[in-house]
Design a protein around this ligand. Structure first.
Ligand SMILES: Nc1ncnc2c1ncn2[C@@H]1O[C@H](COP(=O)(O)OP(=O)(O)OP(=O)(O)O)[C@@H](O)[C@H]1O
Ligand SMILES: [Mg+2]
Length: 300
């Protein structure tokens, strides 16, 4: 496997079928569990191979090899600055938007390198949606927030009203907003705004939803609602969540990846994926002593 190096911004075209195009012979393709470091991992949706991310000259994270399973919740945990958000942003090319960010290695979505030169970034982000730490609705109506993605991606939609209702129901928000769809989204509570952002993410029918600390700005009741919602969403979607809340990781996820950053002899700190396994294993009987130290609260 030769390592591919990618500049941050690679404008690309969609192929005639609207699929993410893969240039023939350009990237190595692999499927299933053949290369998985994870014993018993289900069919991989996203596979990271020798992933490394730089900000300018600074290597933020290295040596990440992992396969994310379909229709399950994977939690990424670890102390602040170990590269969780950096890795998450690689999964739908959000790092393209970060000045100086450079991704090395391979991020494969169903075997297709999403950093390949002919890949349509908009299509990647339609298939791999994202929900951020701070609810970030657009300054638009509730309805227009949900309809935004389908409109800008040119999705063929029979009835936008039905699509908006379906997405809001899917995000467990419909009953609370059905009578005020034309009102500005900023009028919603924080928890409702976050569920609106989830509705906006699922409106484009993604396969994967990335969540970066989606509950850290929410109160316990709103958090519980999002956690219940995640369990429901995982029947349909693959969810990868970054969380600082270990109880949350233990409650909601089937698999957990523990990252940490260690300084080398030059004092450069680089994040690494220390352990990736079932959540039960990580929290019950971790293989690495660094994982154990973290989950028992001895560092981080
Ligand atoms: N835009 C950026 N420019 C330069 N360095 C960055 C940038 N974003 C992150 N970093 C650095 O990369 C490393 C990993 O950061 P990252 O935000 O991925 O960590 P994290 O695990 O998500 O931390 P936290 O738990 O605090 O959110 C850190 O050293 C951070 O300072
Ligand atoms: Mg982060």
């Amino acid at each position: 496997m030769t390592r591919a190096e990618h500049d941050t911004v690679t404008p690309a075209d969609k192929d005639a079928t609207g699929e993410i195009a893969q240039p023939p012979g350009h990237v190595e393709v692999w499927r299933g569990n053949e290369h998985s470091p994870v014993e018993g991992a289900p069919d991989g949706v996203i596979t990271l191979k020798d992933l490394e991310v730089y900000y300018g000259d600074f290597r933020a994270v290295t040596d990440v090899n992992v396969q994310f399973g379909s229709k399950e919740i994977t939690a990424l945990i670890g102390p602040s600055g170990c590269g969780k958000s950096t890795v998450l942003r690689c999964l739908n090319r959000m790092n393209d938007l970060v000045p100086g960010a450079r991704v090395v290695g391979t991020v494969a979505y169903h075997g297709v390198d999403i950093y390949g030169p002919d890949v349509d970034v908009i299509e990647v982000r339609r298939r791999v949606g994202m929900v951020f730490q701070k609810p970030n609705p657009f300054p638009k109506s509730i309805y227009d927030n949900v309809a935004y993605g389908p409109r800008v991606t040119g999705m063929k939609v029979d009835s936008m009203d039905e699509l908006v209702e379906r997405a809001l129901r899917g995000a467990a928000l419909w009953d609370e907003v059905k009578d005020k769809l034309k009102q500005n989204a900023f009028g919603l509570s924080g928890g409702q705004q976050q569920r609106l952002c989830i509705a906006r993410a699922i409106a484009t029918s993604p396969e994967v939803i990335l969540m970066d600390e989606p509950c850290s700005a929410l109160d316990p009741i709103a958090t519980a609602k999002i956690e219940d919602l995640m369990a429901e969403l995982a029947k349909t979607y693959t969810i990868i969540i970054v969380t600082h809340n270990m109880q949350q990781a233990a409650r909601v996820s089937q698999r957990t990846g523990f990252f940490t950053a260690e300084a080398d002899e030059m004092g450069h700190r680089t994040g690494r994926l220390v352990e990736f396994d079932t959540t039960e294993h990580i929290f019950g009987n971790p293989s690495d002593e660094r994982t154990e130290a973290y989950i028992t609260g001895r560092f981080g």
